[in-house]
Design a protein around this ligand. Structure first.
Ligand code: GMT
Length: 376
């Protein structure tokens, strides 16, 4: 198939999923065309089967804001016709699905549209009255719609009163890349005292609950001596650094910033933590599991579908810092249990969330969309 993939290029789960899926599809013999404002994060080797079309909206003094949706739709329609694309797969409904709709209705070529809902597109932004109507319309107008967890499917269908079927296709991880192989030197650099390493990876937005992770660490450190390593950058980094300082955590909390070699970092962790307020899936938690790291997370969104409770990690009540800290202490102080959970986490990632298990589900959906069998 000739598949267009529309996504955000920067750090963020939906872009990661789009990039990894595009690479897998190309490896499986499809022709993949990325549409984005810059080369998506994690796509580095372009080829005949993996191509990139940069979307560059023309700025104009009359515009208060550059209309990216129009430039994206224009590029999709032009490339769709020139390259004979079969369909466009939109990652994150806003504004990709709307652009793809415009491309489809304006194109001389029949172009199918598949939309994957990732979370905040339908849980947060898409519910705002400034967007809701068109977001709902664009999702309903897609030929196939998926959500990355059952939890996201249910809430999106309910909140946007969707009438068309939404299928669940979970995210996947490259289990040959995210492997349980700690790098001794990096591990020593992250934890010079050889203390256990608790790790979190995200874009440090308020929805990720970073401040709760730091607050919990004040308790965890007291009882285990663990080191907290926070990977990533974002709007709450400064506040979290100040909080860690104010709590007297000193060098027991390290902010290492954005890292391209996340897999090496995760492989050095003893425990992965997530305190999100909302999390439709939790890509970093899955990447940690693939590295053989058990997860302690707050019980929100799709995390209970990813983390097998009591087997590959522990889940605690949303927004409550003490039980979250307690669960970490429990695992850090019980090495055999922690190791068994890490092994089970790796096994779960390999069996349930590897590309071979997930990518064919998208291929099947594309075929059904092309044959008009998706119920639209
Ligand atoms: O929350 C993020 O890190 C960014 C966001 C995105 O769309 O880039 O992530 C969402 O999509 C990811 C990939 O499907 C999911 O793993 C995340 O759980 C989801 N984030 C939220 O629901 C808050």
């Amino acid at each position: 198939m000739k598949i267009g993939v529309s996504c955000f290029a920067g750090l963020g789960g939906s872009g990661v999923v789009a990039a990894e899926l595009g690479k897998q599809l190309a490896e499986r013999g499809h022709e993949v065309h990325f549409f984005s404002t810059s080369l998506p994060f994690r796509v580095d080797d372009l080829s005949d089967r993996l191509r990139f079309h940069q979307v560059t909206p023309m700025p104009y003094p009359v515009f208060e804001h550059t209309p990216i949706t129009l430039a994206l739709a224009t590029k999709m329609a032009e490339v769709g016709e020139a390259e004979g694309l079969d369909l466009i797969h939109c990652h994150y409904a806003i504004p990709h699905s709307t652009a793809a709709y415009l491309a489809r209705v304006s194109s001389r070529r029949e172009l199918k549209v598949v939309t994957t809902l990732h979370g905040t597109d339908t849980r947060l932004v898409g519910l705002d009255s400034s967007y809701r109507h068109i977001v709902r319309f664009s999702i309903e107008a897609s030929d196939g719609v998926t959500a990355v967890s059952e939890s996201l499917r249910e809430s999106s269908v309910h909140d946007l009163a969707l009438e068309r079927p939404v299928e669940v296709i979970y995210n996947f991880v490259d289990t040959n890349y995210f492997v349980p192989r700690p790098h001794c030197q990096l591990r020593r650099a992250l934890s010079p005292r050889c203390a256990p390493v608790v790790m979190h990876v995200s874009n440090l937005r308020p929805v990720k609950g970073i401040l709760d992770i730091v607050r919990a660490h004040a308790v965890v450190r007291e009882r285990t001596g663990a080191q907290l390593v926070i990977v990533g950058d974002g709007p709450q980094r400064e506040e979290a650094e100040k909080l860690a300082h104010g709590l007297g955590l000193g060098c027991d909390v390290t902010f290492v910033g954005r890292r391209d070699d996340v897999a090496s970092y995760l492989a050095c962790a003893d425990l992965y933590v997530a305190a999100s307020r909302e999390e439709s899936f939790g890509m970093s938690a899955l990447e940690a599991m693939s590295c053989g790291v058990p997860v302690v997370a707050m019980r929100v969104g799709g995390l209970p579908e990813l983390v097998a409770e009591g087997e590959t990690g522990l889940l605690t009540p949303p927004g409550e810092v003490l039980p979250f800290a307690q669960a970490q202490i429990e695992l850090l102080n019980d090495e055999p249990r922690r190791a068994a959970m890490g092994a089970a986490a790796r096994e779960r990632a390999v069996h349930c969330f590897n590309p071979a298990a997930i990518v064919p589900q998208y291929e099947d959906l594309y075929r059904r969309a092309l044959n008009g069998e998706t119920g639209r």
